[in-house]
Design a protein around this ligand. Structure first.
Ligand code: FMN
Length: 209
C-alpha cells in the first residue's frame, strides 16, 4: 500500500526549507481534510490557513516550534468553544439541502442531536469538538504525505495568543492543534535521517478471538 510508504517517509519536521507549497496542493490537502469523518457529521471545528510570514512570526514568538514561522503554510485547527441550537439548525439545513430532503425528514435526527449535544456542558462539547479536529489533523497529515509534502503536527503553541491574533474568539472558536506544511531542510534537520520508531505491531494491535 502506497500509504504505508508515504507514512514511513513522513516525520515531524523540525527545520523547513524556503520552498512554498503550491495552491493546488494546499487545496487538495484541505479537500481531503474536509472529507474527514466526524461524530454525527457535524464537523464542529474549522481550519485556518496562515501563510503571511509576519503574522506567523508573531504567532510563533515564545514557542519552541520554529516551524510556526519557518514553514510554507500553517494550518490551525480550531474547535467550537460551545455548541448551540444554531449549529444544529445550520447542520440539519445543510444536510437537507445537499440530500434534497425536506427538513422534516430529519426531525428525529435533529431531536437526537439537540437532546445529545445541548444537554451537555459547554466544556464537554468543546472537548468533543477538539477530538473531531484531531481526526482532521490526522487526515491532513496523511494527505500531505501522499503529496510528498512535509508537515509537523504541533501542540506547542500559545492558544490564547492564536485565538486573539486570528480573531477566533469572535467566531466562537478556540485553537486546539496546528499543522505546519512545507518541505524539509534535510541537510539541517537532524530528525530527517533518524529511524522512525513505532511499537512492534504485535504489541500495538491485538486480534481478539
Ligand atoms: C498532537 C501532536 C502534537 C505534537 N506537537 C509537537 C510539537 O509541538 N512540536 C514538534 O516538533 N512535534 C510535535 N509533534 C510531533 C511528535 O513529536 C511526533 O509525531 C512523534 O515524536 C513521532 O515522530 P514522527 O511523527 O516523526 O514519526 C506532535 C505530534 C502530535 C500528533
Amino acid at each position: 500500500m502506497k500509504t504505508i510508504e508515504n507514512l514511513k517517509w513522513r516525520y515531524a519536521v523540525k527545520k523547513f526549507n524556503t520552498e512554498k507549497v503550491s495552491t493546488a496542493d494546499l487545496n487538495e490537502i484541505l479537500e481531503a481534510t474536509n472529507l474527514s469523518a466526524s461524530s454525527t457529521g457535524i464537523q464542529p471545528y474549522r481550519v485556518f490557513v496562515v501563510e503571511n510570514t509576519s503574522l506567523r512570526q508573531k504567532l510563533g514568538e515564545g514557542s519552541f516550534n520554529a516551524q510556526i514561522a519557518e514553514s510554507s503554510h500553517l494550518l490551525v485547527f480550531a474547535a467550537f468553544d460551545k455548541l448551540t441550537q444554531e449549529h444544529i439548525d445550520a447542520f440539519i439545513a445543510h444536510l437537507a439541502r445537499e440530500r434534497n430532503l425536506p427538513e422534516e425528514a430529519l426531525a428525529d435526527y435533529k431531536a437526537a442531536l439537540v437532546g445529545g449535544l445541548l444537554s451537555r456542558a459547554d466544556e464537554e462539547n468543546f472537548n468533543w469538538s477538539a477530538r473531531q479536529a484531531y481526526i482532521a489533523l490526522g487526515t491532513a497529515l496523511v494527505a500531505a504525505a501522499e503529496l510528498k509534502i512535509d508537515s509537523t503536527p504541533m501542540e506547542g503553541f500559545d492558544s490564547e495568543k492564536f485565538d486573539s491574533l486570528l480573531g477566533l474568539k469572535e467566531k466562537g472558536l478556540k485553537s486546539v492543534v496546528t499543522l505546519a506544511l512545507g518541505y524539509r531542510d534535510a541537510v539541517n534537520d537532524a530528525y530527517a535521517a533518524v529511524k522512525k520508531v513505532r511499537l512492534p505491531i504485535e504489541e500495538f494491535a491485538t486480534f481478539v478471538v
